[in-house]
Write a protein that binds this ligand. Structure first.
Ligand SMILES: N[C@@H](CCC(=O)N[C@@H](CS)C(=O)NCC(=O)O)C(=O)O
Length: 202
């Protein structure tokens, strides 16, 4: 098994944090996005989307998409649970995971893709749209702060994949000047807690 990975890229980091929480080690194969190695025919055979992360199993099966890869490992090694412990908990975790993707991750990612020099000449950029997305991510922070008033983690009392998605969104958002305002005490408390877990260094 191997994981096609880019150290600086946020989606592979979501998988690396997930693996670190599970205590699973997978050999990493570096893919250099800067030189567009992900757009070369050899990599496109692994993932026609031209993106990392990609998990290659020993039988040659290729699994792309961060959450699909995460689910593979959740099924292979259920402990500690990161995607829910019973049917109801699993849907609650999924609800929060989707909300973190829609409210934070997609907005931060779209802001980066549409405004950052890294994607200049690689994709068609619409900077005004990027700004709208950046503002939408910032506007989600007070909402998330209020949600965290009554619980330790995003989907409840347990650390889950929703926390990973939110943490990576906020860390990556720093490139765009997105910061947690200090007056958002619940979000700041949550961020300090999830950032201090050893997995955050993955
Ligand atoms: N939906 C995919 C998105 C993966 C993705 O956007 N990967 C980025 C790195 S964080 C990438 O490979 N970007 C290079 C490109 O799009 O050219 C997933 O969740 O795995």
């Amino acid at each position: 098994m191997k994981l096609y990975d880019t150290k600086q890229a946020p989606n592979p980091r979501r998988v690396r944090i997930f693996l670190a929480e599970k205590g699973i080690e997978v050999p990493l194969v570096p893919v250099d996005l800067a030189s567009a190695q992900n757009r070369q025919p050899e990599f496109l055979k692994k993932n026609p989307m031209g993106q990392v992360p990609v998990l290659e199993l020993d039988d040659g099966t290729l699994i792309a998409e961060t959450v699909a890869i995460s689910r593979y490992f959740e099924q292979q090694k259920p402990e500690p649970p990161l995607m829910g412990v019973d049917p109801l908990d699993r849907v609650v975790v999924e609800m929060w995971q989707r909300r973190m993707e829609f409210k934070l991750w997609t907005n931060v990612g779209s802001a980066f893709r549409n405004t950052h020099a890294f994607f200049k000449g690689r994709i068609e950029q619409v900077p005004e749209y990027g700004e709208v997305c950046r503002k939408a991510a910032i506007d989600a922070l007070p909402w998330l702060d209020a949600e965290l008033a009554g619980r330790e983690f995003i989907a409840g009392a347990r650390y889950t994949i929703a926390d990973i998605t939110a943490l990576v969104s906020l860390d990556f958002g720093r490139v765009l000047g997105i910061k947690i305002p200090p007056e958002l005490g619940n979000l700041s408390r949550w961020y300090a807690a999830v950032s201090s877990r050893p997995s955050a260094g993955a």
